[in-house]
Design a protein around this ligand. Structure first.
Ligand code: ADP
Ligand code: MG
Length: 208
């Protein structure tokens, strides 16, 4: 039996209304992503990439079209289900390294934080957070706050945070936008490693 794609967007529209001005951010978008795939979306600035990720993350609702993620319908989902979806079904990495992490928490505490919204015990939280930091290659810096880490290292921690509750889908909005080319390449490789290790479906948007 053939499985449906994990993400199905059909003729998706997003229209922002500001006073009596309408901005069409997505105009009939079609996109399918299979479970376990790594997909990069490339597009010019202003083409609607962030809008798409915000919708897939459950932060914003599409205006029209069809959109399902893991069989869940993001157009008709109620507020309670959206909250659960955001918490368990997606992890998100922002472009701005500083937006991903709490500055006064260590790398380990940052990764452990999303787990506090679940039933996991403190000792398991700590152990899992350490394992995630090992996975992203920062196990040896777990006690350091973000200001002690480089931009690339901060994005590694951010990927650990996004994976904290083992979401099936990882979304990243220009995660390498503030990094030099070599570090950017390493971070993109890390998304591939995460995909292989955790079977996470990964959607990355980038402008180049
Ligand atoms: P990208 O991430 O590809 O640069 P965006 O998704 O941020 O593109 O924006 C797509 C279009 O939607 C742009 O024209 C932008 O100005 C507009 N837009 C984005 N967010 C809003 C908003 N909250 N209100 C009004 N217009 C918006
Ligand atoms: Mg953007």
């Amino acid at each position: 039996m053939r499985q449906d794609p994990y993400i199905v967007c059909e003729d998706v529209f997003k229209i922002y209304k500001i006073a009596d001005l309408e901005v069409v951010a997505l105009r009939g978008l079609d996109l399918t992503v299979e479970l376990g795939e790594v997909v990069a979306i490339v597009g010019a600035s202003g083409s609607g990439k962030t809008t798409l990720l915000n919708i897939l993350a459950g932060y914003d609702a599409p205006s029209a079209g069809k959109l399902t993620v893991g069989g869940e319908d993001l157009l008709t989902m109620g507020a309670k289900d959206v909250e659960a979806y955001r918490r368990h079904s997606v992890g998100f990495v922002w472009q701005q390294t500083s937006r991903n992490l709490f500055p006064y928490l260590t790398a380990l505490e940052n990764v452990a934080l999303p787990m506090m919204l679940t039933q996991i015990s403190a000792s398991v939280r700590k152990q899992r957070s350490q394992e995630l930091l090992d996975l992203v290659g920062l196990g040896h810096r777990s006690d350091h706050t973000p200001d002690k880490l480089s931009g690339g290292e901060q994005q590694r921690v951010a990927i650990g945070v996004a994976l904290a509750n083992q979401p099936p889908l990882l979304l990243a909005d220009e995660p390498t936008g503030e990094l030099d080319d070599q570090t950017a390449g390493e971070i993109l490789d890390l998304f591939g490693a995460v995909n292989r290790e955790m079977k996470t479906t990964v959607l990355i948007v980038t402008h180049d």
